[in-house]
Design a protein around this ligand. Structure first.
Ligand code: GAL
Length: 816
């Protein structure tokens, strides 16, 4: 068990289990040629059922993302208690206004090659939205409840030897079951794992590093097995694929092998240097090799200590984190590695080093990428325990499933070096009352039992209640959601000696939209249902980025923050929860299309310490505002700068402590608008000009410009290219207010996959090849086919010079 204080966790962790050697085990990915149908009482598990009218789909799949948006879907007449509401009102876009509710069936035929009585077959799901019921050859195998959970069943006894087998999955989504767009369907991988009867037990191999010094790391591997193996052989390879140490063990403690291997001069994993090792584990019985697993792992040391805070590999640091919901904007919730990787590239450039999977289990793909690219991770489990936030939420399952869900979360993911903390919940209403305190302890103990190497947090919004009840005191890590005014008191009253900003800011903005007068406001709304990108608007319970920066910078006992949110997400359109057609969030640092809002540069100016940031806002196309006060903000890591409008100096601004905003932003509040060129020159601390940036008033939209994130993608039928589409005037100046309707055509070795403009009020479907620009931009997503070759994107719009882009799909593996 964890010793309470100081909390020091030493870990070496390994990676998603992958398998080689078909004589020992085979992993069959069930991705293509599923049959899908939505509707009630389809009795699809009956083998004679005719699927000729069913759609053929690939998995991961989200049946609801194709819309249409409809305000009546999941219209929730509720008072959102955690937002301080007391009177129920109608919330239209709360879950995205997309058709996720209802029943649907997936069916898939499969064969198990060379199936015999010595084989075991598991069916493994990494998430199924939701309440999955699994049938094989007409018989019910089992069911689960929570859509985000990983789970598996042993289906050996349901298999028809060497014949076609039929897998059917029924999913049921109830309305009033979520606070955001949950998506719908088999939205994560489904796999069959075929092993011999003697094998490694699924999700039951665990590696830790009880000791790490400069010269040696102790790698402790505990592997549970099924059957009667005689011997385990383990080899560890470095990132260059050289064998560095091996071990053989023939001592079985019950059903577990336990080994200790020494890695000399270990290279430690960190966000800056995400070094991964590989372990190969081979299991033998009296007839020879029976099972083999290959896993990557990292070696790193985490500790959380009173007053010192968090340290990684002995160095104190603060989390520069963001919370992310699981949807991928226009792609819905269907997991796609290229889309996840693009998000992480954008966050990396911002200087972000940590992710919190709000408020549920992350995809395995996201964890793999965080291991590889270097992001620390809080893996969260629940948004509700036994007390409801929404009527049909997880509260219905908590008593029967919470332990199983946590066991599977930890078992399936505890070997990822990126995970540095578990979260047992978010703002659970169980923060009130003695039962909740017991539940918090019970859940934390389960996490500790399954993984003694990492601490547990809960994101708390009822900070006063949790100070009074002992709820906050018992957690390894007290996580505060907002409540900046209570940090100091919580630090004094909680015994841990540090506070985590588990959720911060919840500032709202719409990309490229600016409102006047420029002033700080709470729950501010406008007739166009947008929020101002001067980054001064927040919710009644939340605050501005700078308010958090003050705590992060001035309080050594604050161990970091997780901003709500890194990207906009579908649903929860606060402050427009009650008006249609708002249907996606305004909280993102990046919009729903993944395009940076101004706030991106505010965080980048602090977080990215390798590169300079110099960003001006607003845009400079204000026809009709001539002579009116139009404040200019500059987000930069430099401490002072001079602003020029059409060559005339508007003075030097210096960061100062007059207010949190003055401390982190350069602001010229009295600029009178005139069209032309706005230029900023930033100074280094010696007062020398160090960098400059200018923006110009554009003329009318003239031509279309296309900028892909990658020029070559993998010809694997899954990879994606994201093309930012904008329009420019005759002189090549971007038109920041353009709203032209555009049409897209994709030819060659790829297909049009989706489009998104980041407008939270747009009802244009994501999957049709036409959309209006929003604040002069949108993003087109192209998917590769499985053929190599050229892909052409043509973009047209009335009175605009067409844009044409040529990409390539290649069979030579591309770094995504
Ligand atoms: C928090 C909550 C998040 C989201 C956010 C919006 O209270 O944990 O899920 O609702 O507020 O500000």
């Amino acid at each position: 068990m964890i010793n309470k204080y100081p909390l020091v966790f030493l870990c070496c962790l390994f990676y998603q289990i992958q398998f080689i050697g078909s004589q020992t085990r085979e992993v069959i990915l069930l991705d293509k040629d599923w049959k899908f149908k939505k509707g009630k009482s389809l009795e699809a598990h009956k083998t004679s059922f005719d699927t000729s009218s069913w759609e053929t789909v690939s998995v991961p799949h989200d049946w609801a993302i194709y819309g249409p948006f409809n305000k009546d879907i999941d219209k929730q007449v509720v008072a959102i208690e955690q937002n301080g509401e007391q009177i129920a009102t109608e919330k239209t876009g709360r879950t995205g206004a997309l058709p996720y509710i209802g029943e649907a069936w997936y069916r898939k035929n499969f064969q198990i090659p060379e199936f015999d009585t010595n084989k075991r077959v598991l069916i493994v799901f990494e998430g199924a939205m939701s309440e999955p019921e699994i049938f094989v050859n007409g018989k019910k195998v089992g069911e689960w409840k929570y859509g985000y959970s990983y789970f598996y069943f042993d289906i050996t006894n349901y298999i028809n030897a060497s014949e076609e087998n039929l897998l059917a999955v029924k999913l049921t989504n109830m309305g009033l079951s979520s606070r955001w767009y949950p998506g719908a369907g088999l939205f994560r991988k489904v796999q069959l794992i075929v092993t011999q009867k003697t094998s490694f037990k699924q999700w039951n191999t665990f590696i830790t590093t009880p000791l790490i010094t400069d010269s040696l790391a102790q790698i402790n591997i505990k592997s549970e097995v099924i059957g009667k193996p005689l011997r385990l052989e383990t080899e560890i390879y470095n990132a260059e694929n050289n064998l560095i140490v091996s071990n053989s063990s023939d001592v079985l403690f019950g059903d577990k092998f336990e080994e200790n291997l020494g890695v000399k001069n270990p290279k430690l994993w960190s966000p800056e240097s995400p070094y991964l090792y590989t372990a190969k584990l081979k299991l033998y019985d009296d007839k020879g090799l029976v099972d083999e697993i290959t896993q990557r792992f990292g070696i790193r040391r985490i500790s959380y200590q009173p007053n010192k805070g968090f340290s990684l590999n002995g160095k104190i640091r603060k989390f520069k984190g963001v919370c992310l919901h699981h949807d991928l904007g226009p792609l819905g919730v269907a997991v796609n590695k290229a889309a996840l990787k693009r998000q992480l590239r954008i966050l990396k450039d911002m200087g972000c080093d940590a992710i919190r999977s709000a408020h549920n289990m992350p995809s395995i793909e996201q964890l793999e990428l965080c291991d590889e690219m270097g992001f620390m991770f809080i893996a969260e489990s629940f948004d509700e325990w036994a007390k409801p936030k929404v009527k049909n939420g997880y509260n219905r399952f908590f008593n029967d499933y919470a332990e199983k869900d946590v066991v599977n979360l930890v078992g399936a993911t505890r070997n990822h070096p990126c995970i540095v903390m578990w979260s047992a919940g978010n703002e659970v209403p169980d923060q009130w009352g003695a039962e909740g305190v017991k539940r918090a302890k019970w859940l934390q103990d389960i996490f500790h039992r399954e993984d003694p190497t990492r601490p547990v947090t809960v994101g708390m919004d009822q900070v006063e209640a949790t100070m009074a009840s002992g709820f906050g005191a018992l957690l390894d890590i007290p996580g505060l959601n907002y409540r900046v005014h209570l940090y100091e008191e919580a630090y004094k009253r909680f015994p841990q000696g540090f506070i985590l900003g588990s959720e911060t800011a919840s500032t709202v903005s719409s990309r490229g939209i600016y409102k006047f007068p420029v002033e700080r406001a709470s729950m501010k709304t406008y007739d166009d249902y947008q929020s101002s990108s001067y980054d001064l608007e927040h919710c009644s319970w939340s605050n501005l980025p700078d308010d958090d920066f003050v705590l992060q910078d001035d309080k050594p006992w604050v161990i970091g923050e997780f901003v709500w949110t890194g990207f906009d997400y579908l649903g929860e359109p606060t402050p427009y929860d009650e008006v249609w057609p708002s249907r996606s969030s305004y909280f993102g640092i990046n919009d729903l299309a993944g395009l940076p809002k101004d706030r991106y540069y505010l965080y980048r100016s602090r977080w990215n310490t390798n590169d300079n940031t110099l960003h001006i806002l607003p845009h400079w196309n204000w026809e009709g505002r001539e002579g009116e006060t139009t404040p200019v903000f500059v987000y930069t890591n430099y401490n002072s700068a001079e602003l020029f409008l059409n060559g005339k100096s508007l003075g030097v601004q210096r960061k100062n402590s007059a207010s949190p905003q003055n401390r982190y932003r350069l602001m010229w509040m009295d600029v009178n608008y005139e069209p032309g060129t706005l230029k900023v020159v930033a100074f280094d601390d010696g007062g020398n000009p160090a960098a400059e940036k200018e923006i110009r008033t554009s003329g009318k939209p003239h031509k279309i410009s296309l900028k892909p994130d990658r020029m070559v993608i993998n010809a694997d039928g899954k990879d994606l290219a994201f093309i930012t589409v904008s329009v420019e005037d005759k002189n090549g100046i971007p038109c920041p207010t353009a709203t032209n309707q555009l049409e897209f055509r994709v030819n060659g070795a790829g297909t049009f996959r989706a489009v998104c403009n980041g407008d939270a009020t747009s009802l244009e479907p994501f999957h049709l090849p036409t959309m209006k620009l929003f604040s002069g931009k949108l993003v087109v997503v192209i998917q590769s086919s499985d053929k190599a070759g050229d892909i052409t994107l043509e973009v047209k719009g009335d009175d605009l010079k067409e844009g044409i882009l040529r990409l390539k799909a290649s069979k030579v593996k591309q770094n995504m």
